[in-house]
Design a protein around this ligand. Structure first.
Ligand code: ISE
Length: 337
C-alpha cells in the first residue's frame, strides 16, 4: 500500500513536493499538510483531494495516518522537527539546509545514530537534490572513474533571479551556497577544510543590505579548490553551472536547458533560461523524492545523510563567519558516529 506522507511547510518548495507526491511519485501519496500560515495550508490541501490540514507540525507527526514526513518549512525550524521524527521512528526527507547551526546538526546526527544502533536503519534524507541531477551524476562518474585524472578545481556559478523577502547575506550563504558545498563534497568525494568569502562591488539593484554577489573559495582535503559565485537577484532567471577542471580535461554541466530555438520575431537563436529552481531541477526533485519514498516504504532512508547535512552546515556557518570577518575560516568536522 502507498506510503502516507505528511508535508510540513507548504510554501513554494513544500507545495511542489505535495504536487509531486500526488501526481508523480509511485507508491506514495500526500495525506496531511501543515504550515505556519493556516491559509497557505488550506489552499494547498484544497488543490489535492484526500489531503487534510493538520493544526500544526507536531500534530502532523502524531497523526495515525502518517507513515513518513517531508520537512519543507524554513531552515531554523528543521532541527526540532527532525528530532521529533526520530523520536517517533518516522522516515523523513528534510529540505536543505538540514539545520542552520552546527550544534543542532550534530544533535540530529547523534539522535539518528542512536536509533540506527537498535534498528540498523537510517531515517533521515537531506534534500540535496543536485545529487539526483543527471549532469551532476555524470560529473561524479567522471571523477569516480578517474577518466580525466585528479580533480584540481571546480568553478561554480549559482544565480537566482530573485530571493525571498526574508533573505539576508547570511541566508544567501546558509540556503544557497550550501548547494555548492554539498555539490563539492559529492563530486570530489572529500571534505571541505576551509572557506573564504569575499564580496565584489555590489549589484545596485540588489535588495537593501544584501551582499550580492557573494564569492566563496572552498579548500578541500586533497588540495582541490572550489570557487563559487552566488548571485541573489540577477533579475534574469535561474542559472546553475559547475565546471570541473582535472589533470587531463575539463567538464562543464548546467549550461544547456531545453531546445535551441531560432525565432522569427526576434531573429535570435537561443535557449530559455529557466525561471527558478523548481523548473531547472524538476527531474532531479522527482528522482530525489521517488528514491526517498522507495526507501521510506522499507522503513529506512537513502541518499544524502544527516552527516552530509551536518558537514554542509559546518562549512556554511564557517562561511557566515568568513563573510562577517573577511577572514579564512577553517572547518574541523566531528567524525561520523
Ligand atoms: C533555495 O532555498 C534553494 O534551495 C534553491 O535551490 C537555491 O538555488 C536558492 O538559491 C535557495 O534560495
Amino acid at each position: 500500500s502507498d506510503l502516507r506522507v505528511a508535508v510540513v511547510g507548504v510554501g513554494a518548495m513544500g507545495a511542489d513536493h505535495v504536487r509531486r507526491l500526488a501526481d508523480r511519485v509511485v507508491g506514495a501519496r500526500p495525506v496531511l499538510v501543515a504550515d505556519a500560515s493556516a491559509q497557505t495550508a488550506e489552499r494547498v490541501a484544497a488543490a489535492h483531494p484526500g489531503v487534510r490540514v493538520a493544526p500544526d507540525a507536531l500534530a502532523a507527526l502524531d497523526d495515525d495516518d502518517v507513515d513518513a514526513v517531508v520537512i519543507a518549512s524554513t531552515g531554523p525550524t528543521h532541527a526540532e522537527l527532525l528530532l521529533a521524527c526520530l523520536e517517533r521512528g518516522l522516515p523523513v526527507l528534510c529540505e536543505k539546509p538540514m539545520t542552520t547551526d552546527v550544534a543542532s546538526a550534530l544533535e540530529v546526527v547523534r539522535a539518528e545514530a542512536a536509533v540506527s544502533a537498535t534498528t540498523g536503519k537510517r531515517l533521515v534524507q537531506v534534500g540535496f537534490m543536485r545529487r539526483y541531477d543527471a549532469g551532476y551524476v555524470a560529473l561524479r562518474q567522471l571523477v569516480e572513474t578517474d577518466e580525466l585524472g585528479a580533480p584540481l578545481l571546480l568553478h561554480c556559478a549559482h544565480r537566482n533571479a530573485s530571493v525571498p523577502p526574508y533573505s539576508t547575506s547570511e541566508t544567501v550563504v546558509l540556503d544557497s551556497l550550501v548547494h555548492e558545498v554539498d555539490g563539492a563534497r559529492f563530486l570530489l568525494g572529500e571534505e571541505v577544510t576551509a572557506i573564504t568569502v569575499r564580496t565584489p562591488r555590489r549589484r545596485r539593484s540588489a535588495p537593501e543590505g544584501l551582499a550580492d554577489p557573494v564569492f566563496a573559495l572552498l579548500e578541500t582535503q586533497s588540495g582541490a579548490l572550489v570557487d563559487v559565485e552566488v548571485s541573489a537577484a540577477t533579475g534574469l532567471g535561474y542559472e546553475v553551472r559547475t565546471e570541473l577542471v582535472a589533470e587531463r580535461g575539463t567538464a562543464l554541466v548546467g549550461t544547456e536547458s531545453g531546445p535551441l530555438v531560432a525565432r522569427a520575431d526576434t531573429a535570435v537563436r537561443g535557449r530559455r533560461v529557466p525561471a527558478g529552481f523548481l523548473e531547472r531541477f524538476e527531474a532531479a526533485y522527482d528522482a530525489e523524492v521517488q528514491a526517498w519514498a522507495d526507501a521510506a516504504r522499507r522503513g529506512t532512508a537513502a541518499g544524502p545523510s544527516s552527516y552530509d547535512g551536518y558537514a554542509a552546515t559546518a562549512v556554511t556557518t564557517a562561511g557566515v563567519e568568513a563573510l562577517r570577518t573577511g577572514r579564512r575560516v577553517e572547518v574541523v568536522l566531528e567524525p561520523r558516529p
